[in-house]
Design a binder for this molecule. Structure first.
Ligand SMILES: Cc1cc2nc3c(=O)[nH]c(=O)nc-3n(C[C@H](O)[C@H](O)[C@H](O)COP(=O)(O)O)c2cc1C
Length: 235
């Protein structure tokens, strides 16, 4: 049986059920922890995610030490419970973390970092590396105009959001709840990562936070979305 024939209506139902099950969980049951194998599966979904040119311009920090999580509380209004009258995702999630995005230092075409990545991660021969250098250089300079440090880290951040989406979907398929979080002060988060986590913030910038666990209660409101016709146009 090949991969295509395995996509049965039953799997389609499971996928849609998982997407309906997933909601942005504000408060988790702090007593319920995700087992190590299930969280490892979520991390594999991150690691195996697609990235532009296969450059993998992201890193995942998992922050489990309570004192370390507390360093973000003051300025992370999207995770500190100020909207739910609780300790928020920071205080209740089984697993909490940040996805970092690469900066211009490593993701500029021709960088030493990329030469090493092509050679030692992607196992490309020299002649193919030359093709990558040329194509990515053109992509940055003209196709997408991604040349400033901000543009490059924003571009890397886009890849981080794909990673996050895959992690959340993998979780939902296993009945694990999650929350994507960008309600935080970027500058202060960057400082915290530099001062308390040893992150080289010239090479890595925070993109988005995540929380995983099991919901403390069902969502108060039903999920709302635009209709399919409002969302999708066919030509
Ligand atoms: C990139 C991104 C950032 C978000 N940031 C936060 C956040 O900081 N705190 C929070 O509680 N929810 C956050 N959300 C959740 C959204 O508000 C939520 O996904 C949206 O309202 C739709 O609801 P649903 O996910 O429950 O279906 C974020 C969602 C995304 C995709």
């Amino acid at each position: 049986m090949n991969a295509i024939t395995k996509i049965t209506p039953d799997i389609q139902t499971q996928i849609i059920e998982a997407f309906n099950f997933r909601h942005a969980t504000k408060v988790f049951d702090a007593e319920r922890k995700i087992d190590a194998a299930a969280f490892q599966t979520i991390l594999e979904a991150a690691r195996l995610s697609p990235t532009s040119f296969g450059h993998e311009p992201f890193k995942v920090l998992v922050i489990q030490t309570p004192e370390k999580r507390e360093l973000f509380r003051e300025y992370s209004w999207g995770a500190n419970g100020m909207m739910s009258g609780s300790t928020g995702q920071l205080g209740t999630a089984s697993h909490f973390g940040i996805i970092l995005a690469s900066t211009a230092q490593t993701m500029t075409a021709g960088s030493d970092y990329l030469q090493d990545h092509y050679r030692n991660v992607k196992n490309l021969p020299d002649e193919v590396i030359e093709i990558f250098n040329g194509a990515y250089g053109k992509f940055q300079a003209t196709d997408h105009d991604i040349t400033t440090d901000r543009q490059i880290s924003d571009w890397a951040g886009k890849q981080a959001y794909i990673v996050l989406a895959n992690m959340m979907t993998a979780g939902a398929l296993m009945g694990i709840d999650s929350c994507p979080i960008e309600g935080f002060d970027m500058a202060r988060t960057t400082e915290t990562l530099r001062d308390h986590f040893g992150v080289d913030t010239a090479s890595w910038k925070p993109a988005v936070m995540f929380a995983f666990g099991y919901r403390a209660k069902d969502p108060e409101f039903p999920k709302t979305r635009r209709t399919m016709a409002q969302t999708v146009s066919w030509f």
